[in-house]
Design a binder for this molecule. Structure first.
Ligand SMILES: Cc1cc2nc3c(=O)[nH]c(=O)nc-3n(C[C@H](O)[C@H](O)[C@H](O)COP(=O)(O)OP(=O)(O)OC[C@H]3O[C@@H](n4cnc5c(N)ncnc54)[C@H](O)[C@@H]3O)c2cc1C
Length: 444
């Protein structure tokens, strides 16, 4: 039986630990176990392909708006086949490069199979058993598919298939209005597909209503949204899916289900260990990202944390420091921002409007009031800045605005450095940049 200093299960953010460990530790022996393509969700079926597709959308939407700038243009053809091939070729190339790197590396044994725990130290990999002194579980999650009568009778898509779809449908119904549903809806819309979203609550329900309301001004012109949609059943009729919800029905060629994620903890025979799961199947970890078994860590999408690639990267860095640098501190997350890569983008950090009380005050500004709005002939956009009354410190900010995913970093930095309203007022904001929406907000 081979004995390893460290076994990492999952080659998404788990590779952050592996790569640093082999770089900095001469005698280490590590095993990585991966059942699928190298690089995990972000590279193969998440952040990267979705944002690549959205970049195509941006190009298309810019061309469509060229008339506003007295430039006559028309889109002769959108070669969807080439788009989807390009995206998938690029991510496959990246994944294969990662594979080749790890296959060649002498300090690492790569097992390309499903990991199955036999006990707290032993793991079955195909027909072999390996022994791990320490283990990191970074097995991520997969699409959650809700129980809906008739769904199993149709050839539905999840984000995994949607990002590889060979042929565009004429129309698509997306079940789920979270950020993935919203982003993919905009991609399909740009490709000329008629898109509807059925959402059991409200779209982007985790965000503030004020932000979503601003976002919807443009979004609803493109996408048909049914909120509080209680889906009763789905039938198949003439190769179309008919979805019955509330007292309505909707027909479409394709159905895309993006109703959250489900941790992959049911795939590793975790019951053979002393690791504990929570009600939803996520691995329970303490403030040190240790599971109920001290030598086993877990992080990323398989624990109930942030579900972002950037937070998983942070956690990986922390676990590395615990294992290899004797860090004894508990994990303290800095301010974790989020972004919806829609058009316009949404981004935010810290406290939300729905979370504050009279200990806070709010400043807001509209995109239409800054010079960039005139320059790019766009009106939609708003920013909210939340300050603590006592300290005047910035405690949160949320915005809908072109480039929001970039702008938010100014506010993340301010929050990180415990910046106060006066500090933000003192700063010079470049004119006429998008950042002037922040200036407008703080000077309000
Ligand atoms: C469509 C989409 C868009 C997204 N966009 C963004 C974005 O813009 N920004 C952002 O921050 N986040 C985004 N995310 C979320 C982000 O991708 C995840 O939070 C992140 O990738 C999680 O990383 P992880 O390492 O925890 O898991 P993963 O990257 O999923 O890695 C887990 C790995 O473990 C493997 N595995 C599972 N079980 C086993 C087993 N038993 N044996 C061996 N291997 C196993 C899996 O095959 C997988 O490769 C997006 C997600 C999706 C689905």
């Amino acid at each position: 039986m081979k004995i390893y200093d460290l076994v990492i299960i999952g080659s998404g953010s788990g590779l952050n630990i592996a790569s640093k460990a082999i770089e900095n530790n001469k005698k280490i022996k590590i095993a990585i176990i991966e059942k699928d393509k190298m690089g995990g969700t972000c590279l193969n079926r998440g952040c990267i392909p979705s944002k690549m597709l959205l970049h195509y959308s941006d190009v298309i939407e810019t061309i469509k708006k060229s008339d506003d700038f007295f430039i006559k243009s028309n889109i002769k053809k959108i070669d969807y086949k080439k788009i989807i091939t390009d995206v998938n070729n690029q991510i496959n190339k990246d994944s294969l490069e990662i594979l080749s790197f790890y296959k060649k590396n002498k300090k690492i044994d790569l097992y390309q199979c499903e990991a199955k725990f036999l006990d707290n130290h032993k793991i079955k990999v195909k027909d072999k058993i390996i022994y791990a002194k320490k283990i990191v579980i970074a097995i991520g999650a997969r699409p959650n598919v809700p129980k809906i009568e008739g769904l199993d009778k149709i050839d539905y898509l999840t984000y995994v298939e949607a990002l590889k779809l060979k042929k565009l449908p004429k129309d698509i119904t997306i079940i789920g209005g979270g950020y993935i549903g919203v982003e993919l809806s905009l991609f399909f819309y740009s490709m000329g597909v008629k898109v509807s979203i059925l959402e059991k609550e409200n779209i982007l329900s985790g965000l503030d209503n004020e932000i979503v309301a601003e976002f919807k001004k443009d979004f609803l012109k493109k996408i048909k949204v049914f909120e509080k949609a209680n889906i009763k059943k789905i039938d198949k009729k003439n190769n179309k899916a008919v979805i019955f919800f509330n007292n309505k029905k909707i027909e479409s060629e394709k159905v895309l289900v993006v109703a959250g994620i489900k941790p992959n903890t049911d795939l590793i025979d975790i019951e053979n260990t002393d690791i504990k799961l929570d009600r939803k199947g996520f691995i329970k970890v303490d403030k040190y990202l240790q599971t109920s078994v001290k030598h086993i860590y877990a992080f990323g999408d398989c624990i109930d944390s942030y579900f972002f690639k950037h937070s998983a990267n942070f956690e990986a860095k922390y676990i590395y420091s615990r294992i290899f640098e004797r860090n004894r501190e508990r994990i303290t997350y800095p301010n974790v921002g989020y972004s919806v890569f829609s058009n316009p983008e949404i981004a935010g950090v810290g406290l939300k409007l729905k979370e504050i009380d009279d200990r806070y005050f709010v400043k807001k500004a509209y995109f239409k009031d800054i010079a960039q709005s005139m320059i790019c002939k766009g009106k939609a956009g708003i920013i909210y800045l939340i300050f603590e009354k006592k300290t005047k410190r910035l405690k949160g900010s949320h915005m809908v605005c072109k480039n929001a995913s970039i702008l938010i970093h100014v506010l993340i930095a301010f929050m990180e450095k415990r910046g106060k309203l006066d500090d933000m007022k003192k700063m010079i904001y470049i004119h006429p940049s998008f950042a002037e929406i922040i200036k407008r907000g703080v000077l309000e």
